[in-house]
Ligand binder design. Structure first.
Ligand code: NDP
Ligand code: HSE
Length: 436
């Protein structure tokens, strides 16, 4: 069979990695796909820039439309990033009858419903394994490997940059900004790194995971999102003293009332495997009713780990053109006409446990006031530590771990505690999950 011709949009970290892997492993890839795969055209903003890959023999263009209009290209691989241009190009590629592979989670989380409908209409595939957790084949694992299960919940460290920052801060006491700059130089961070540190990137990925786990449409705008920029070394160290690690977690849970979708820093017991996932590594814990907990671990960002997922998708697409034309797995795992309209819960109705840190006057009755407020709102305390003021300071640091309670009750309690004249500043709140 003749080689299948591919057009690349983007020659940056992931585009460059994809070309390198396609070329280095060409023989094995072709044996798996059923024919050779040939990149014939690639678009970048600056075609004269030095690249991490060999671009000899590939037509280079600064006009991405050349790729989606190319008559010989059967598969368009979108690795430009961003939303508007990427959406436009992907929709055009689909309208032109081309299959699409993308690593763009923002695109899928926000426009996936529309893109998949268009792809179905045009009889082409849209594959997006690299959009979640870099090199970990988590989409395939949930969509295919766990297809027999009722997925109850999943929780993941799904942003490599954020995990890299938290790990370096904790292990080496490094400064937030300094570690972020290193993550950018290593190609881990998004073009706008606030997407990484404020949890937006993780929220994009969680949107996708929840849809394929629960069979619901993509609903990015309903994800509760909190970043890591307020996390201090102090909180990390207090958490460790209490037997926990702070991780930036994406969590999706199906309850009788609806679906919880949330991304926030989370205390996790340090004995859990996922609490020990460090650096740029990602991990996703999926709990299915039949299989129980399963954990998927691997590099969450970077050129070749992400290319590993992109190339796997290209191979899947090419297989439908060679040996296995009828084997198409639904985009969101469930058939498009059987998605469920189960509601996404507002954050106030989510139940979780909490770590609280506050600065309190070191005198009798202060803790009694705080515990009275908590008690009146049905919040029970699991552990309490008071750090005595040092030197002439008048304020003691109080750290509390609570049992599970509705977020709306905790919001009210925090408001009342902060209004006490004996409490200074804001109460630091980090949510806590035992993941058992
Ligand atoms: P880069 O910024 O490294 O690469 C983007 C590429 O797109 C560059 O080659 C750039 O050209 C090209 N490009 C951008 N705009 C245009 C345009 N208007 N016309 C033509 N070419 C254009 O990004 P990444 O490779 O890091 O990310 C690509 C996608 O993969 C994003 O959606 C990202 O979220 C996703 N992703 C990234 C991961 C990572 O670890 N980096 C991991 C998983 C997913 P030029 O080089 O000339 O500037
Ligand atoms: N910026 C993303 C991360 C890239 O750090 O996880 C991988 O999706």
């Amino acid at each position: 069979m003749k080689p299948v011709k591919v057009g690349l949009l983007g020659l940056g970290t992931v585009g460059g990695g994809t070309l390198k892997v396609l070329s280095r492993n060409a023989q094995e890839i072709s044996r798996r796909a059923g024919c050779d795969i040939e990149v014939v055209i690639a678009a970048a903003r600056d075609i004269n820039k030095p690249r991490i890959c060999d671009v000899e023999g590939i037509a280079l263009t600064t006009n991405p439309q050349d790729v989606v209009e190319h008559p010989d290209v059967k598969v368009v691989v979108e690795l430009i990033g961003g939303e508007d241009l990427a959406r436009d190009l992907v929709m055009k590629a689909i309208a032109n009858g081309k299959h699409v592979v993308t690593a763009n989670k923002a695109l899928i989380a926000k426009h996936g419903n529309e893109i998949f409908a268009e792809a179905q209409k045009n009889g082409v595939m849209v594959a997006f394994e690299a959009a979640v957790a870099g090199g970990i084949p988590i989409i395939k694992a949930i969509r295919e490997g766990l297809a027999g299960n009722h997925v109850e919940w999943l929780a993941g460290i799904i942003n490599g940059t954020g995990n890299f920052i938290l790990t370096e801060m904790r292990d080496k006491g490094r400064d937030f900004a300094d570690v972020l700059a290193e993550a950018q130089s290593l190609g881990y961070a998004e073009a706008d790194p606030t997407f990484d540190v404020e949890g937006i990137d993780a929220a994009h990925k969680l949107t996708i995971l929840a849809s394929i786990a629960f069979g619901i449409p993509l609903q990015f705008e309903k994800v509760f999102t909190e970043g890591i920029s307020n996390i201090t070394q102090e909180d990390m160290s207090y958490a460790e003293q209490l037997g926990y690690r702070i991780k930036h977690l994406g969590l999706a849970r199906k309850t009788a009332q609806g679906v919880e979708l949330r991304v926030h820093p989370t205390l996790i017991p340090e004995r859990r495997l996922i609490a020990n996932v460090d650096g740029v590594m990602n991990a996703v814990l999926v709990n299915g009713d039949a299989v129980g907990p399963t954990l998927y671990y691997g590099a969450g960002a970077g050129a070749e780990p992400t290319a590993s997922a992109v190339v796997a998708d290209i191979v899947d697409v090419v297989r439908t053109l060679t040996s296995d034309p009828e084997n198409r797995v639904p985009h969101l795992a469930f058939q498009a006409n059987s998605l469920s309209d189960i509601p996404i819960l507002p954050m106030g109705k989510v139940e979780t446990a909490y770590y609280l840190r506050m600065q309190a006057e070191d005198k009798p009755g202060v803790l009694a006031d705080v515990t009275r407020i908590l008690g009146e709102l049905g919040i029970s305390i699991e552990a309490l530590v008071q750090k005595e003021p040092s030197g002439d300071a008048q304020m003691a640091t109080v750290i509390m771990l609570t049992h599970r309670v509705l977020e709306e009750n905790m919001n009210e309690a925090i408001q009342k505690i902060e209004a006490l004249s004996t409490i200074t500043g804001n109460v630091m709140r980090i949510r806590m999950e035992h993941l058992s």
